[in-house]
Write a protein that binds this ligand. Structure first.
Ligand SMILES: [Zn+2]
Length: 103
């Protein structure tokens, strides 16, 4: 059985870590991603690239950032606000996880 430890949380979602599976669950809106450390890192890099390449005419609420998925024909879309919250969630989770490992 999974033994989850919450690493970060905001109004959009949360990141938990299971020591037994050595994996993260990232909950964001209606999405759940199960990722190992490398997967989380890669996802964060990808999201940050998308975020910095987006303008949305200064409107942080318009949902214009498209993110590819591995499912053929399926994409997810985010606003700048949501994307920023997602990045913050992952960064905080990584910091908290790293601190836990030092204890
Ligand atoms: Zn587990």
């Amino acid at each position: 059985m999974c033994n989850f430890n919450t690493l970060s949380k905001n109004e959009f979602g949360l990141v938990v870590w299971c020591q037994d599976c050595e994996s993260y669950n990232l909950y964001f809106g209606n999405i759940v991603l199960t990722l190992n450390h490398q997967g989380l890192e890669q996802f964060k890099d990808y999201i940050m690239q998308k975020y910095s390449a987006s303008y949305c005419n200064g409107n942080r609420e318009c949902k214009q950032i498209l993110v590819e998925t591995t499912l053929d024909g399926m994409q997810m879309f985010f606003s700048l606000n949501e994307m920023g919250a997602l990045i913050a969630l992952i960064q905080e989770a990584e910091i908290n996880h790293f601190q836990d490992l030092l204890v």
